[in-house]
Design a protein around this ligand. Structure first.
Ligand code: NAD
Length: 298
């Protein structure tokens, strides 16, 4: 069995996969090389970088299984895979804690202006007065999408003494001390708003020019879900008008982003899509990939 690993995985994971088959581990392949390598592979392991579109999958004559180490499947043509009888699996739970911790980090970055204080110190300045921040304690966090990551964020925010509102299209049973709200109510009463929905036609521009005006003055918006769920142009306007004080963002409408009007705005705290990128998260995701492949062929 040929297992083609197309994106970076932990060395421990490669060692485990070698016990299951012949491993070819090549990252950053050009389309032609990818087509060549996938033509006789039985399993393909990807993260988000490798795009398995129809034109690539057409060459995959032996492929039975694609495993995405991570959550989003937007880099795989699911329709084409289905037509060709290829099973597609992912590891949705493995990196929830990593993303949730990044979200708390971004919230603290905004509350205490940590990136700005860092840059100021590195420029050999001592601007103590400029960096009086605010506490998370007692503030309201609105979580849009109360799934795995949304609930992990809630647990941590409660630990900081925040009030938590959540909005979702499905009923979510929870023992956490949180309150369900309508989207409108959440937007108008939250000091911090964080998104944890998948990118679907229904969630495209979920935060947009129309509803961004309903947020509390000076609210902080955090997006570590997917670029397309927030309309970047609307965010920029809301930052310029002071409606939003900060936009903490890990994901972009286009990646790598070239929206430098957004990145350069002093109210934007950006990271380069690193939500799931922790040692623990990637190891958990990789070991889940090994388990999926082992079970699929047993
Ligand atoms: P999940 O499926 O557990 O939760 C998503 C929730 O969103 C569900 O409860 C669902 O009902 C809800 N939802 C769907 N459509 C909605 C809508 N229109 N309005 C309100 N709620 C809606 O997923 P998860 O594991 O919590 O991950 C959430 C998203 O986070 C992923 O889809 C992915 O895009 C993103 N993500 C980002 C990173 C990163 O590196 N920044 C890493 C992992 C996941």
């Amino acid at each position: 069995m040929k297992i083609l690993i197309c994106d970076k995985v932990a060395p421990e994971v490669v060692e485990e996969l070698k016990k299951l088959g012949d491993v070819v581990y090549k990252t950053g392949m050009e389309p032609e090389e990818l087509k060549r390598e996938i033509s006789d592979a039985h399993v393909a392991v990807v993260r988000s970088a490798t795009k398995l579109r129809r034109d690539v999958l057409q060459h995959a004559k032996n492929l039975k299984l694609i495993v995405r180490a991570g959550v989003g499947l937007d880099n795989i043509d699911l329709e084409a895979a289905k037509e060709m009888g290829i099973t597609v699996r992912n590891t949705p739970a493995a990196t929830s804690i990593s993303v949730a911790e990044l979200v708390l980090g971004l919230m603290l970055s905004a509350a205490r202006m940590l990136p700005m204080a860092y840059s100021s110190m590195k420029a050999h300045r001592w601007e103590k007065k400029k960096f009086q921040g605010t506490e998370l304690f007692g503030k309201t966090l609105g979580i849009i999408g109360f799934g795995r990551i949304g609930r992990e964020v809630a647990k941590r925010a409660l630990g900081f003494g925040m009030k938590v509102l959540w909005y979702d299209v499905v009923d979510v049973e929870t023992e956490l001390d949180v309150k369900r709200a309508s989207l409108e109510e959440l937007l108008s009463s939250s000091d911090y708003i964080t998104l944890h929905v998948p990118l679907l036609p229904q969630t495209k521009y979920l935060i947009n020019r129309e509803n961004i005006g309903k947020v509390k003055d000076g609210a902080v918006l955090i997006n570590a879900a997917r670029g397309g769920v927030v309309e970047e142009a609307a965010v920029l306007e809301a930052l310029n008008s002071g409606k939003l004080s900060y936009y903490c963002v890990d994901v972009y409408e286009k990646e790598p982003t070239d929206n430098f009007a957004l990145i350069d705005h002093p109210g934007v705290i950006p990271t380069p899509h690193i939500g799931a990128s922790t040692r623990e998260g990637q190891l958990r995701a990789g070991m889940e990939v090994v388990r999926i492949i082992r079970e699929f062929f047993s």
